[in-house]
Design a binder for this molecule. Sequence first.
Ligand SMILES: [Zn+2]
Length: 307
Amino acid sequence: MALASAKKAAVTVAVAVTGATLAAYGAYAAQTSSAAGQPSTSAPRPIARSIVATGSASPSPPPSHSASSSLPAAPSSSHAAQSSSTAAGPSDPGSASAAGLSNGFTVSNALQFATQDGGKSVALTFDDGPDPRWTPKVLALLAQHHAKATFCEIGPNAQHHPDLTKAIVAAGDRLCDHSVHHNERQSSMPLDYNIHEIADAQRQISDAAGPGAKLWYYRAPGGDFKPVIRDIAAQHGLRPIAWSDDSDDWKRPGVAGILQNINRNLHPGSIILMHDGGGDRSQTITALAKLLDQLDSQGYTYSFPAR
Ligand SMILES: [Zn+2]
């Protein structure tokens, strides 16, 4: 009995915390709507790289993904494929939370490891763009191979290159929110900051994409997918998406190194993480050409993360 009571108490606390999140979000929504959608972060401005964890003023390399091990379910093995089938199931703590808050969510807040099509499909994902040097090259390679991909854009990058964001949509690829400032310690910041990081980038990317374009997902910089982050994403209709195959291309390990990183855990259902922005992605482009040849010859098809 004592144990059951303790469990119940713990659940109550969890609900209370999330309730506070929702209440704060309500206040935020009212505030932004009265401000006619013009919060300070929506104005075009350079990417505030100084806010990024390294404090580097250089656009490259992104400090990103150094915290990839912080993914709640480290997708470093075939477990990722297994978890994919249960990502929205009762064993996933995120989905349990979503079930308890169904009124406030249009998508699950559970971290998604599965591809939409299942079978022998992979989901290619490109983060930190769009970038006029690299995104067109990625799109050209994808087109050559009739492949689709998901692009996790940083809001201001989309603002600066709406043509690229529109090209992504026109090619049948999908858009994903990757925050405004790429702060890998986002969840350590106040709630209002977190909401702005996700909601403002969503607006920036949506504006760049044009009417009718859809934002499908949220990917947290550095894999900072704490529950509060996933809740905010889900409240905005964005499914949090993980990765199972980290190319570590931003470290520029060489083309062979990138391919080795991807192939280490490649399996049907892989969600592959690469970058089309954040620095010199020439190795990524060369590696992608080889990867697409390889995937084609192995009989893989191209899908998206399941929503
Ligand atoms: Zn990133």
